[in-house]
Structures are given as C-alpha cells and as structure tokens.
Design a protein around this ligand. Structure first.
Ligand code: ARG
Length: 583
C-alpha cells in the first residue's frame, strides 16, 4: 500500500480523469494558506487552458466528485482555481494507526535499483583530514537512504593505494631505513609478518616526502621509479606496500567507525590494476586512442561541447597509468563483478572534470553501456570563518580525529553532570558526531558551508544536539507512560491544532525521502527533521499528556508521540546519527 499522500494523488487523479480530463501527474502540496485547507492542488489552471474552459467550472466538477468520498471534510476552490483540501479526521487517524503499526508504512517507496556507491576515498598512509568528512557523511547517508527505498546498494571505499603517494612513502622509508629487508636486492628470506612502522609515524612521512619531491627533481624521479616498480609488483616494495595498506586501513576503519560509516567493499585503486591492460587493449581495438609525445591519449570531446574538453591521458610518457585509467579499470571491474544499474561517486565537486572525462570514455568505448547511469555527486567545501577551506589555528590541515575531538569538547558542556566516566565519554562522542553530521548534511550538498562548532552544538538551535535532546525527551515520555501502565495508541482522536499539525507534517515523510533521493542531497531530510521536531515540541509544551483525563485523547497523543519518535529515529538513522540513551 502506498503512503497516504501518494495514494491520495492517485485517487484525485482518477476523479479528474473520471470528469473527462486527461492528466498525467496530480501533485498535492501542503497548503500555502493553512486557513483555507491542509493541502492544495494547483493543476486546474493548466487543465483550463488545455480544455478552453473556466478553471472555476472544472474545479467545481472535481470538487463535487471529491465530496462523495468520506476522505475529505472540506474541499473548496480559491483564487484562479486552486483546490483546497481538508482531510477528514477519520481518514487521517486511520492512516496514523497504520503507520503506528509499522513506521515503514509511511515510506513505501520502491526504487528497486542496484547501485554501487563510491565514497570515502581515503588515501593509504595519509591522515584522514577534514576534507574527507563530507564524502563520508554524504555517501553513508545516501547509501542508507537508497536502502530504505529498497535499492540493493554496494558501498566501496575506493582506497587511494596505487599512485605516486605510495612511491613517495616507500622512498622516504627507504632513505630512513635502507637496511630493511624490503630494500635488499635479491632478498630470498622471509619478510616480517608485522609492519615495521606504526601508522602514526607513517602518516608523518607523507607530507615530508611530498615537499621533498617538490624541491628535489632527483628525489621525485626516484619516487616515480619506485611507483612503477610497485605497480609491477616488484617483490620487496610490494611486500612493504601490503603491510602499509594493512595498518593504514585499520586506522581508517577506526575513524570511520566513530562516524558510523562502513563499507561492503574495501577495494582500492590497486584492485583495478589487473584490468588496465584489457581496458587499454579494448580502447585501442576501437581506434579510440593515439600517441602524443610518448603518452597514450583518448579524445573525449563532443561536437556540441560549449567549453573545451581536454583529452584524457591514459598512460603517461614514463609508463605510469593515470588516475583516469584507474577509474576506467575500476568501472570495467564493477560492471564485470556486479552489473549494476547505477554507479554513484560522492566526491568533492572540484573533481567534476575528471569524472566527466572518465564517464565519457566509458560510454564511448562501451565499457559501460548507455543504460547504466554513472552519477557524479559532487559536494561543496567545509570552510573556516574566513571563507577558506577549514584549517587549524596555525594554518595546518586539521585531522578528522582532531576535529571530532574539538566538537566533543564543545558538546560535553551540555551533558548532564550525573553522566560520568566511560558513559560520559561514549555519550559525548555520539553527540559530537551528531553535531558534525547534522551541520554537514543540512546545507544543500553542492554549497559550501562554514564550520562553527558553537553554532553546531547549540542546544536551542537547528542542530543535531537539539534533535537528539528532543528525541530522547519523547522516548522518556513514552517510558514514563509504560511505567504507569498507560496504553500507547490507538490513535482515534485529533484533539487540537497541535496534534493536527503533527499529523499533517508526518504525511510529508515519504515525499521528503523521495525528493532527497531524486536530488541526492540530504538537506530536505535534515530540514524536515527539524520542522517535525519543532512541531512536536510545540505540542509537548501545550499539552499535559501524562495527566490528560480523557483516555481516548491520551492514548492518541501517546500513539502519535511514538510515531514521531520512530520517524525521528528512522530519519536520524538515514543521516548516520545514533541516539544516545540519555544526555
Ligand atoms: N582518493 C581520491 C582523492 O583523495 C578520491 C577517490 C574518489 N573515487 C574515485 N573513484 N576516484 O581525491
């Protein structure tokens, strides 16, 4: 059974068709004039144009038929032909009970796609920093959303583990520890089982190696050579690389776990490497590539491009393969392993050109058939108060762990003082993550936003902290009701404007989820959570639920409170936010 609003749209569409008007789409919107009705239908003016009739006449015909149904207590026409609809309390409470039985009844959307989602994108041996936050948050939430809408979703972290940064790290290690067996030529013995260096020490090396390479051409050349040898899996380098990937992955997993982010696949760029020769051969066979100054190139421009589209570099003149080629080979692998309907990439929008080139090459060469959707889901940057990408106080790049810790110091202030020790630690972590995630998902995905820890943690603001606090309060109301043996539901009565507003808000849940899926942005869900919570809080302040004497009203209110709690719980779960037991 579809959710209420979608069912009503179908019903009214049938009525309109029954009146003799063709219509493909009947969409009902929450009323802009709540004094005139709860929902409105604005499609009459269009019909009037098409059928050369007065809109008021068409509206009157439709309204007459609608009033045959007990679903509506009032239907009127206003202005140039807006139809205002007020639902009967009976149809609303029946639906609320249906949702009370199972919160999923208020979603009932079947997108039914098989989707691979590529997000996170951390790089081995490089510290996760604030630049990695958004991909993890947005990607995780989109994964959860698509799953709620009945998609089969496979998430892949797509580790950066195969490019020059790996060569640089290994070179720097070689300079420091030339005696390690990994660097001994023709070494025949056993390699150590454990990585000889700790992850935190490893992470310190990359920035050093990277700046050396910028100043020292010879150093850079050596790193290039090591990268090529690694890509050819030369024994010592390859052994060391495997150890590095292992310890680095473990530490990446720990931080993602804090953020409630997890992946089905821990594949990396290196896993696609074995398909590179096949990909290049495939492109060559179709005459799509040419050589230029020792490099292998593919033209990906279209005649109707209105800005120049640079050619795609497949293989560099020194034989190293490019980031583009790695992504093409990954597509080859993904099509082969999973044959998905769609592949989503949640990556900083500054990488748009890279993906445009890769997608064009994939379609042009048939690596990906045209009915498979490749979707670049670019996002904006988290900036500091100066409007530039967020930095530490001394201008350095802030690690993700440090960022979480900083927000935690802010949230801990709001914790009840009787929460102590381990529990205090655990709960402040959950709250800090909620603050960070909510602030990150609230703006439209493509816009930049400014990091402001005080604002993000404001208990009275539009924040994760406010949402958690309010949600826990509903839970504790329900617990008290249970302790007192009060029945929760059924929902039989709408008693006043406060509970009515909650019901009307709840009707929007499936619409909001659907919009979020279509836009691939979480902002509407985040905004809706806030509005629903506010609507509930007004109701909570205005009514004395636990001492209400009319039992039917009390049961209805408790039932409705439970629906709101479960809706919040579901939406927070989609955003990747956990609810602490208390705070
Ligand atoms: N590791 C990359 C980076 O740090 C992001 C990877 C995005 N995904 C992909 N398939 N290219 O920029």
């Amino acid at each position: 059974m579809p959710s209420f609003i979608y069912e009503q749209e179908e019903k009214i569409k049938k009525i309109i068709v029954g009146c003799g008007y063709e219509i493909t789409n009947c969409s009902l919107l929450p009323s802009a004039r709540p004094d005139l009705g709860q929902y409105q239908f604005n499609g009459v003016m269009q019909l009037a144009k098409k059928y050369q009739k007065k809109p008021q006449i068409i509206a009157a015909e439709i309204i007459e038929k609608m009033l045959d149904s007990s679903d509506y207590s009032e239907v009127t026409v206003a202005g140039p032909g807006f139809i205002n609809i007020t639902f009967s309390d009976k149809v609303l409470t029946d639906y609320m009970n249906h949702v009370h039985q199972d919160i999923n009844n208020n979603i009932a959307i079947n997108k039914n796609k098989k989707i691979i989602i590529d997000y996170g994108g951390p790089n081995v041996a490089k510290t996760l920093h604030v630049g990695h936050l958004r991909s993890a948050n947005i990607g995780e939430a989109l994964k959860r959303l698509a799953r709620e809408l009945k998609c089969e979703v496979i998430s892949d972290v797509h580790l950066g583990d195969w490019g020059r940064p790996m060569g640089l790290i290994i070179l720097e290690l070689k300079k420091r520890y030339p005696n390690w067996v990994y660097f001994v030529e023709n070494y025949q013995g056993e390699y150590p089982k454990e990585c000889p260096i700790k992850n935190e020490d490893l992470e310190k090396l990359y920035p050093i190696a990277s700046s050396k390479a910028k100043e020292d051409e010879e150093y850079l050349e050596e790193a290039r050579e090591i990268t090529t040898k690694l890509q050819q899996k030369e024994k010592g380098y390859y052994e060391l690389w495997q150890q590095i990937v292992k310890i680095s992955t473990n530490s990446i997993k720990e931080i993602y776990a804090k953020l409630n982010v997890s992946f089905d696949l821990w594949n990396g760029e290196s896993d696609a490497d074995k398909y590179v020769p096949a990909v290049i051969q495939h492109l060559k066979d179709q005459g799509l590539v040419y050589e230029s100054q020792g490099a292998l190139i593919m033209d990906v421009s279209n005649p109707d491009d209105n800005s120049p589209m640079p050619p795609l570099l497949l293989v560099k003149s020194n034989g190293a393969i490019s980031y583009e080629t790695t992504d093409l080979a990954t597509l080859w692998e993904r099509m082969h392993d999973f044959n998905p309907d769609e592949i989503w990439y949640v990556v900083d929008k500054r990488q748009a050109l890279h993906f445009e080139q890769v997608f064009r090459a994939a379609y042009k060469s048939g690596i990906v058939p045209s009915n498979v959707l490749l979707n670049f889901i670019g996002f904006g940057t988290m900036n500091g108060k100066d409007g530039k990408p967020f930095k530490t106080r001394d201008g350095g790049i802030m690690t993700l762990s440090a960022l979480i810790e900083m927000v935690k110091q802010e949230t801990i202030k709001h914790l009840n003082t009787n929460i102590v020790d381990d529990e205090r630690e655990e709960i402040s972590n959950i709250i800090a993550v909620s603050a960070l995630k909510y602030a990150d998902l609230l703006p439209n995905r493509t816009t930049d936003y400014i990091f402001d820890e005080e604002k993000f943690c404001d208990l009275n603001g539009k924040t994760g902290v406010y949402l958690l606090y309010s949600t826990i309060r509903i839970k504790s109301l329900l617990n008290k009701a249970k302790e007192q043996g009060l029945p929760i539901g059924p929902i039989r009565i709408i008693a006043n404007e406060y509970d009515r507003n909650i019901v009307l808000k709840l009707l929007q849940t499936p619409v909001i989820l659907n919009n979020a899926y279509n836009e691939l942005s979480l902002n509407e869900i985040a905004e809706y959570l806030y509005q629903l919570t506010n609507t509930y809080n007004s109701f909570y302040t205005a009514n004395r639920i636990l001492t209400e004497e009319n039992k039917e009203i009390q049961q209805s209110w408790l039932g409705l409170s439970e629906v709101v709690f479960k809706t919040n719980e579901l939406l927070l779960k989609i955003l990747g936010i956990n609810i602490p037991k208390k705070m």
